[in-house]
Design a protein around this ligand. Sequence first.
Ligand code: ADP
Ligand code: MG
Length: 215
Amino acid sequence: MRGVCKHYADGDVDALVNVNLSIASAEFVAIVGPSGGGKSTLLNMLGALDEPTRGEVWFEGKPLSQQPSLDRFRAHKIGFIFQSYHLLPNLTAQENVQLTMFDTHPNVSQRKAEAIRLLERVGLGDRVNHRADKLSIGQRQRVAIARAIAGNPPLILADEPTGALDTERGNEVMDLLDEIRIEESSTLVVVTHDERVAERADRVVYICDGMLRTV
Ligand code: ADP
Ligand code: MG
């Protein structure tokens, strides 16, 4: 990110103020800071879910503003994991994982097989056909991780992935993310309030009032 600013006209908020941040390939970065400090806004910018008001986000040497399709960019390059999972409650675990695979796995049977493989990978091989709303909270977060890693994106972004989990479940989810990023050499950026999550990272970035400080 070079000189990234984000101004929300709604509320007249400067959520990011001249943010410069370089993240190396395969690095694990934790983003910490007070509520309202700009963590989610920063993560959304890294994942091309929102556009800066000023400045530029570069990915693999190319500015996002020059990507021909941000949809395709996200489908191939970014895996997103949210605190509240964003699963569709009436769909099965497998159907939820398949949701984001249309671009990376155009063939239906390939998509199904890959969704099952990913669910097995996150330890949910026996829950493939369960509806999302019948799964425990920890299991839902695992489905969300399986969905995020479909297509093996080089960058995984997680916004408070352990925020709704107890300590044990939270540790399991972080162990899983750690394993996956090492196996796949993925870059991982995690927004967190949890010191134990931040301690696992290669680097901790502190953001407050939209401004960065490395700690
Ligand atoms: P954090 O994730 O650290 O809690 P956010 O990035 O969500 O912080 O928010 C940063 C600031 O921007 C806050 O003041 C918040 O109220 C504001 N904000 C976030 N999203 C929007 C939005 N879509 N419209 C207007 N203001 C927003
Ligand atoms: Mg947030």
